[in-house]
Design a protein around this ligand. Sequence first.
Ligand code: NAD
Length: 252
Amino acid sequence: MIITRKGLVSSPMEQQLIEALRQVERLVVLTGAGMSTESGLPDFRSPSGLWRHHRPEELASVDALLHRPLLFYEFYRYRLELLEGVAPNPGHKALVELERQGRLQCIVTQNVDGLHTAAGSRNVLEIHGSLRKARCHTCGRPYPSEILKRPVTTLAEVPRCACGGPIRPGVVLFGEMLPEAPLRRAVEAVENCEALLVIGSSLQVYPAASLPEIALRRGARLWIINLAPTPFDRDADLVVAKKAGEVLAQIA
Ligand code: NAD
């Protein structure tokens, strides 16, 4: 154990990671819900992250949108309400600084909260879309996400497009393909990186979880900051099981 300048207890692995981040030249970062828990947004897979005991696959799915719309819209209304007043945390800000220094090539995020962009990061690939957007499920016409903040307690209150289709959040639902362009750019970035740093992802959701596989195959280094173990810990060069914001704040 090492005592850092701020008096925090730091493991040798954590110190190695901080040193590596100060020296890396072509870094790609992959973030998941754990990046935003220190901003006050719950994740899905921690014990405290579940919403009313439902599995995310049951709620955030095309099946729920079409067959259990009241539950679906209530869930997204709750998630939009959570976003109000939420701000980027020191972890988001540390990544802005790494990009400014020219070390961080891009952030690939599974998060739909828009907090990387709000913090000031420029090259952000939102491969699961954004909660800050909405569109018609049938024709794709865009709508402001405010529409989804209205309560939907009867089927007649389901927000509808001029074409009659239901208006839904601009996120990728379970049962849908990921948007092709950001995913392709993410793969290209990982294929050319020196190191991939995964932050706050259980690495259980594909195809995002395939990015560490690509990094390893290409001979890049794999670094992970995640509170819980992931299936990639054994293959990673550095694993730090601590709060991401607290670890990343030390780079500055
Ligand atoms: P996940 O919920 O499966 O895993 C989050 C991981 O982060 C867990 O393993 C947990 O131990 C870890 N974690 C929690 N707080 C942490 C912290 N402070 N520091 C380090 N690690 C921490 O999340 P996922 O892998 O992103 O996949 C779930 C899906 O959920 C994604 O598709 C994502 O779109 C969606 N989601 C997004 C948000 C968001 O946008 N903020 C929130 C919830 C879920």
